[in-house]
Design a protein around this ligand. Structure first.
Ligand code: GLP
Length: 239
């Protein structure tokens, strides 16, 4: 297993280190293809990237890791539910002159999107968070390492994490319950993977995913990362 663990003092330090890694990636390879995550964990990274001056994004290619699907018959998300494309535009993409590839525009043809991600021999860098059930992107438990980019049902635990129990019980019918996710096959085709995990509540799932005596399995999709030659796990807790 060739996973590098870096433990920093807090979530802002995780974000800063991650931003420096993105900066180094762009400086070393200006036409990098980078896959970006959503969620709370990467917010400090986006804040830190916003503070870095003179970063040349002009030849880079940016991709989404995942995107919600509209519930059947709905043509817009309910108030307060943001598309992941909207999240990425808000936290970074609208402020950089990179080439952006929006998964939300290709929800009906996930493999077309995967083809764009894999162009030029695959992503140079994929940045991930991790779900409490070990999902990466929206590859929920049960996802094999060769899983394609596809439409998936979101696990109940994921729905509770993303929308909160109260909102989910009240608005379940109009909330997204499916998504399109970059598959583990495309994620594992990345040259480099950076996984961010902050908050001591994530310690257990990180230990479960990267435990050296546990074989990778569909039960914990993040465990497939142990098969990858170049993974960095940035945490604000000791693993
Ligand atoms: C979401 C996303 C994942 C993210 C995870 C953790 O469902 N699909 O990409 O890593 O949940 O989110 P957070 O960082 O808010 O804990």
């Amino acid at each position: 297993m060739s996973v590098q663990f870096i433990n920093t003092i807090d979530r802002n330090a995780v974000g800063l280190r991650a931003a420096w890694m993105v900066q180094a990636q762009l400086n070393s390879k200006p036409d990098s293809s980078i896959v970006f995550p959503t969620g709370n964990t990467p917010l400090p990274m986006y804040e830190a990237l916003g503070r870095i001056r003179n970063l040349d994004w002009s030849r880079s290619r940016l991709f989404q890791l995942d995107e919600y699907c509209q519930p059947e018959g709905m043509d817009a998300f309910p108030p307060g539910v943001e598309t992941f494309a909207g999240f990425l535009d808000r936290v970074l993409w609208s402020r950089v002159d990179a080439q952006k590839f929006y998964l939300k525009d290709m929800l009906d043809d996930p493999m077309q999107y995967e083809g764009l991600v894999r162009a030029n021999r695959g992503p140079d860098l994929t940045i991930l968070g991790i779900g409490m059930n070990g999902h990466i992107a929206f590859n929920e438990p049960g996802s094999p390492s060769d899983s394609p980019t596809r439409r998936v049902d979101l696990a109940e635990e994921t729905l509770v994490h993303n929308f909160g129990e109260e909102r989910l019980n009240r608005d379940r019918a109009v909330l997204p319950r499916q998504a399109v996710t970059l598959g583990l096959s495309a994620i594992l085709a990345s040259r480099r993977i950076l996984l961010l995990a902050t908050g001591s509540r994530k310690r257990g799932i990180i230990r479960k995913a990267f435990g050296q005596h546990i074989a990778p399995s569909v039960a914990c999709p993040a465990s497939w990362l142990k098969m990858h030659p170049y993974v960095t796990v940035l945490t604000d807790f000791s693993v």
